[in-house]
Design a protein around this ligand. Structure first.
Ligand code: PMV
Ligand code: MG
Length: 382
């Protein structure tokens, strides 16, 4: 039995800008997890192929495995074609099947035999009633699956290779997302992330398969570097209780006719804020004012971008969340695509932290009991 646990994520700054390749964002991995467990079946894979119906079909299943996850009505059959393509029941391709596909394709490329297994998903990134917090469960399911199946097939993947495979899986479904969620879940802690060209990588995947995607020029310029958080800093997460759809918000922002000059200005402002926040968060001495100013700069860049594109990034409750945290002496902004989900705050000391919590609770904002992971990324256990 192999279990891989991937952390959830929250954007600190650089949202929307990061969607354009070459731009930077700051993202935190948080200590709420999604776990994928694979258990090897004891019967031989050949048992499962004995009932092949049509040997001429390219998609003849070679493995009869199963997936256990409420998303598929508890249990569904997983079929893996000779080329590694995975299908879950009659469901269309999704984050999980895309993740299984990339690892199985790598196994095929390396000439390794198929293994029969059962794959189980345990998702602690959503609220008990199924409401999403916006902590990145679709990125985390890809990262955990790549790590678990990489171990099962003994592919000896490095963290960078896990990230590449996970990003390819994600880009095979949609190139809209920056992959920042995947980078944070893979590497843990706080990272500064510069996104690769997902359109190019997805095109090379379609044309040249996994090899083509792994060697795509689209990776050029992609960067992931750790940002050390000052140990006295308190990271606070407030949940608005209303889920937001990142994909739709990004699609709408991209479809909006934004003046190229305004777009360039937004990208420059966002880049400066990301750089400055990273410096302030890891400086030897914490400076409350600087922290508030740099986070406010990221907030105002997003506000302008929201106005230019016609999307409501900072909802009323997110605005209240920011103002309450500011009044309590913390720095605050919405996190991620906005439109709901979570806002974040940084408090310099315990008293400020308590004041923020009290103010948020009084305004109907749920304080999520979570903190930034200590640097470790996706963890594999046997
Ligand atoms: O709302 P979240 O936490 O999924 O963040 C989305 C951030 C965007 O930059 C808007 C999109 C992306 O994929 O980076
Ligand atoms: Mg969100």
């Amino acid at each position: 039995m192999i279990s891989a646990r991937a952390a959830g994520k929250l954007f600190i700054a650089g949202e929307y800008a990061i969607v354009t390749p070459g731009n930077a964002a700051l993202i935190a991995a948080v200590d709420r997890y999604l776990t994928v467990t694979v258990t090897e079946h004891n019967h031989a894979p050949s048992d499962a192929v004995s009932d092949r119906e049509n040997p001429h079909t390219a998609a003849v299943p070679v493995i009869g495995a199963s997936v256990i996850d409420a998303a598929y009505g508890d249990r569904a059959e997983l079929t893996i074609a000779p080329d590694g393509t995975a299908t879950i029941g009659d469901y269309p391709a999704d984050a999980l099947s895309a993740a299984i596909t990339v690892v199985e394709q790598l196994r095929v490329l390396q000439g390794l035999p198929p293994i029969n297994y059962e794959l189980r998903v345990e998702n602690d990134l959503t609220a008990a009633d199924g409401l999403k917090f916006g902590l990145g469960s679709s990125g985390a399911v890809i990262v955990a699956t790549v790590a678990a199946l990489g171990e099962l097939h003994q592919l000896a993947l490095t963290p960078a290779e896990r990230f590449q495979l996970a990003l390819i899986a994600s880009a095979s479904l949609s190139v809209r997302g920056s992959g920042g969620d995947i980078a944070a879940s893979t590497f843990g802690g706080v990272i500064r992330y510069i996104s690769p060209d997902r359109t190019q990588i997805a095109a090379d995947y379609r044309k040249g398969g996994l090899d083509g995607a792994l060697n795509s020029p689209g990776w050029h310029g992609c960067l992931i570097e750790p940002v050390e958080l000052h140990s006295d800093l308190h990271f606070l997460v407030g949940w608005t209780g209303s889920p937001a759809k990142t994909e739709q918000l990004v699609a709408k922002s991209k479809a909006a006719p934004v003046d190229p000059q305004a777009e360039a200005l937004f990208l420059a402002k966002s880049a400066r804020a990301v750089q400055e926040i990273a410096a302030v968060l890891s400086a030897d001495t914490l400076d409350r004012e600087q922290l508030q100013q740099t986070v406010a700069a990221a907030r105002s860049a997003l506000k302008e971008y929201g106005e230019a594109t016609g999307i409501a990034i900072e909802t009323e409750l997110l605005s209240a969340l920011c103002e309450l945290a500011l009044s309590a002496g913390a720095a605050a902004k919405s996190s991620g695509a906005g439109g709901g989900d979570c806002g974040i705050a940084f408090a310099n000391d315990l008293a400020t932290r308590q004041a923020v919590i009290q103010a948020w609770e009084g305004a109907g904002i749920t304080v999520l009991d979570t903190c930034v992971t200590r640097g470790e990324g996706v963890c594999v256990e046997f």
